[in-house]
Design a protein around this ligand. Structure first.
Ligand code: HEC
Length: 148
């Protein structure tokens, strides 16, 4: 009987701990990027500097800047283009104009899947801050975690 109680208690402690396990790029974000974004941000696409030099041409070919690795993607989360992922994937619900970012639509085939995948990105990023690099305070920057 006592053993049973100990086991039950252990389980009750473990279950929330497991469900709160930290999201990572490799485990949670990469599969979404591969399924939903790689057609236009995969290995066939230009690195961001090259992309910026000839943006119109690449956009016409449905190519965005390349994001198919952790370090490439991180530039758009907390690097040079900090907040780009957040601005583009945001669903607009907490913004005054309610306009979603223009990549939100690619997160899923319907609203349910888009919301589910947005939640993964939000939890992974840690702090869903839409600001650009120059407007971020060091404290705000630190809260953006996005672990590998
Ligand atoms: C059908 C093609 C297509 C798909 C699918 C797509 N994108 Fe894009 N994306 C583009 C193009 C083209 C641009 C550049 C034009 C623009 O800025 O809107 C872009 C721009 C971006 C930018 C801005 C980059 C910068 O210059 O700062 C981000 C961030 C982004 N996409 C993220 C994503 C994510 C995440 C997904 C998957 C959920 C995704 N995109 C799916 C075509 C696509």
């Amino acid at each position: 009987m006592k053993k049973c109680l100990v086991l039950t208690t252990l389980c009750m402690l473990l279950v929330p701990a497991l469900s709160m396990a930290q999201l990572t790029y490799q485990k949670d974000v990469r599969p979404i990027m591969e399924a939903k974004c790689s057609n236009c941000h995969g290995p066939q696409t230009p690195l961001v500097d090259e992309f910026k030099k000839d943006k119109d041409k690449f956009v016409k070919q449905n190519k965005g800047p390349r994001m198919d690795s952790y370090s490439l993607l991180l530039e758009f989360v907390k690097g040079k283009d900090a907040g780009a992922i957040m601005r583009r994937l945001d669903d607009g619900k907490s913004k005054d104009d309610k306009k979603p970012g223009n990549m939100y639509i690619y997160l899923g085939k319907d609203e349910e899947e888009r919301q589910k995948n947005l939640k993964v990105f939000k939890e992974w990023v840690g702090s869903w801050n839409l600001k650009r690099k120059a407007d971020l305070t060091p404290e705000e920057s630190k809260k953006v975690t996005a672990p590998q």
